[in-house]
Design a protein around this ligand. Sequence first.
Ligand SMILES: [Zn+2]
Ligand SMILES: [Zn+2]
Length: 165
Amino acid sequence: MNNSQCPCGGYLSHSDYASCCEPLHKGASQAATPEQLMRSRFSAFARQNAEYLTETLHPSQRNATTLSELQTSFEQARTHWLSLAIMDAPKASPLEGWVEFVAFYSDQEASAANRNVQQLHEKSRFVFEQQRWFYIDGEHLAPVKLGRNDLCWCGSGKKLKKCHS
Ligand SMILES: [Zn+2]
Ligand SMILES: [Zn+2]
């Protein structure tokens, strides 16, 4: 992934970080919906932005060590976040919403021949407080089975069978 691409679109995507998640990461704008916050948090994981992840976590879920724990996990982990697939993001109520997503990752670079693509499938809950959305908690779900006609995990927009099968 080069630096101008936004991670939330996948490593082969052409979405531009500067016009996608960067304004959120810099505090220049706020996520308008739970899905937008979800995407920006995925990008923050991919870019190892522990500050943003801490700020967008609901205050009830963080403590004095949250930031340093995230920073340590980034130093130790070899997770390469590959792409994000939003499975369901129903219109939120004014104060609460949820997003079901699959985040694809590997302990190898996406281009590595022996990459082993894994997934985090979660239904995340978001709440609106202090005029902004926060991630509060989530429920882990079983991995989804990707069929040959499903969109590829890399974010290319092609079917799996025509891409990384
Ligand atoms: Zn983005
Ligand atoms: Zn692909």
